[in-house]
Design a protein around this ligand. Structure first.
Ligand SMILES: Nc1ncnc2c1ncn2[C@@H]1O[C@H](COP(=O)(O)OP(=O)(O)OP(=O)(O)O)[C@@H](O)[C@H]1O
Length: 468
């Protein structure tokens, strides 16, 4: 290996070891040998023995370290998920130009160039095949990963354990959790420790997921469709647009994670799986949805009233659920309502806050906010969600985007709605009620569940008319 690459790796390794040593000072101790080598003796619980820096560097710089790890798949296995997401055992078409092989397990000599290619590696690789097996250097790895520290892990147990320790997430109190004495007492003692968390670690994103494509871009994040290597399922991964180096930025970014984690899973709320920091980016793994209501095809207007009511009911269920957990969403709009297999799901909890006002309020999109929120009156936060729900479905029925200022903006906040041709009076009255200028006059989500207008069936209309 070139000396520059070796030096680079050495620095990364030193950082990983430093992180390891600081995060577990009680379990680890560093000593310096007579030759000047730094040794990190790691507690027996980790199954590690003392490793010299040079020794680990040799392992890191070996080809073995850089090759995609075997994710404990059986020999002769069949990939069960094809790239369209169809789960058909043994009926998988490989991407063009790639020939899948049957054997998964590395065999003797597989690194020498005379090896069977693992199916998973072939399907999930971003590199030409030969890069996996021959002359796979740190510089090639850097092409694939953000930096040398993001390269995939070794199968070597000691390195894996070392990496796991470097990845240990900080313990942060979740302010969204109400009355949980166990969490309260234990986390009160732990101080938020953001700085440096996840900075010098290997890429969990690249190691655990194969990126299929970018599917969304927001003001703060990019969203990717990914395939999780170990379970073969598709997910959405939301990655912050920028590196979050300040504590404040990180706190703000994890707001969404904490809100999602604090509410029990619900059919009409986008499912949260996990989150982590990597290279100062926040990654959130979520359920993959088909699309958002924003992407509704223009020619599909006006939607049938029945479809709007069916969709609205599902979001009301989501609201009743999160309000019952003491949370409010505060950014309900067509962009944040997703559809998956005909089920409507509320997503993007980046502005979620607590009903009791104990967490600062960050207003959502002003086009959907009621006047009291714009005037910083936060006494009826759950009614702001109801207003936004009404504005969202008013916009969908109207077929053109709401404005963030001007006559129409003012009129809607004074309870003056333009008539919606083709929609029944009860439906229009329902929207008026949701957008009532006085927050107390708006119904609660729980009230709405019993509203006579809602029929409780699913409707395929939106699903058919959404484009990806
Ligand atoms: N779970 C998901 N499944 C499918 N697509 C998604 C998912 N989450 C987000 N998207 C897509 O990515 C886009 C951006 O996501 P999101 O709105 O959460 O990002 P953001 O940066 O928080 O946005 P905002 O600018 O509204 O604050 C969405 O409009 C949607 O199209």
């Amino acid at each position: 290996m070139e000396s520059v690459e070796r030096l680079c790796l050495s620095q990364k390794l030193r950082q990983v070891c430093l992180d390891t040593a600081t995060t577990s000072a009680s379990a680890s101790a560093s000593t310096r040998s007579a030759e000047g080598n730094v040794y990190h003796s790691i507690s027996p619980a980790d199954g590690l023995t003392a490793i010299s820096e040079n020794e680990v560097l040799d392992m890191l710089s070996s080809q073995d370290f850089f090759c995609t790890p075997d994710f404990v798949t059986p020999t002769e296995q069949q990939i069960v998920v094809d790239f369209d997401g169809n789960k058909e055992k043994g009926n998988v078409s490989p991407p063009k130009g790639l020939t899948p092989m049957r054997s998964k397990r590395p065999r003797p000599g597989w690194l020498s160039g005379n090896h069977p290619h693992s199916e998973l590696e072939i399907y999930c690789s971003d590199l030409p095949l030969e890069a996996h097996f021959s002359s796979f250097s740190a510089s090639k790895c850097e092409q694939l990963y953000d930096d040398t520290a993001s390269c995939p892990s070794s199968t070597n147990a000691r390195l894996a354990a070392l990496r796991r320790r470097a990845l240990s997430p900080p313990c942060i109190k979740n302010p969204f959790l109400y009355n949980d004495p166990e969490i309260g007492t234990s986390t009160n003692k732990l101080r938020a420790k953001f700085q440096g968390a996840g900075t010098s670690c290997l890429s969990r994103y690249r190691e655990e997921f194969h990126e299929i494509q970018e599917i969304g871009l927001g003001n703060f994040s990019r969203v990717f469709k990914v395939l999780k290597r170990i379970d073969g399922c598709f997910y959405a991964i939301k990655r912050s647009l920028h590196q979050l180096r300040q504590d404040g930025q990180r706190r703000q970014a994890i707001n969404e994670v904490q809100a999602l984690a604090a509410i029990d899973s619900h059919e009409n709320v986008v499912r949260y799986h996990t989150a982590w920091f990597e290279n100062d980016y926040l990654y959130i793994q979520m359920e993959l949805c088909d699309n958002s209501l924003r992407s509704w095809k223009a020619e599909a207007y006006p939607p049938p009233e029945k479809s709007l009511l069916g969709g609205m009911l599902q979001i009301i269920k989501a609201l009743a659920h999160i309000h019952s957990h003491g949370l409010v969403h505060l950014d309900i709009k067509p962009d944040n309502i997703y559809v998956r297999k005909g089920i409507y799901k509320l997503g993007d909890f980046g502005r979620a806050t607590r009903l009791d006002g104990s967490i600062s309020v960050e207003e959502g999109d002003s086009r959907y906010m009621p006047l009291e929120i714009l005037n910083e009156d936060y006494s009826q936060l759950q009614k702001a969600d109801i207003f936004a729900l009404g504005a969202t479905f008013y916009e969908l029925a109207r077929g053109s985007p709401l404005t963030s200022s001007g006559t129409q903006f003012q009129a809607l906040r004074q309870g003056k709605h333009a008539l919606l041709p083709g929609f029944s009076l009860p439906f229009q009255n329902l929207l008026k009620g949701l957008m009532h200028p006085i927050s107390k006059m708006r119904p609660t989500a729980a009230d709405l569940l019993n509203h006579a207008l809602f029929n409780h069936g699913k409707d395929a209309y939106f699903v058919q008319h959404l484009k990806r």
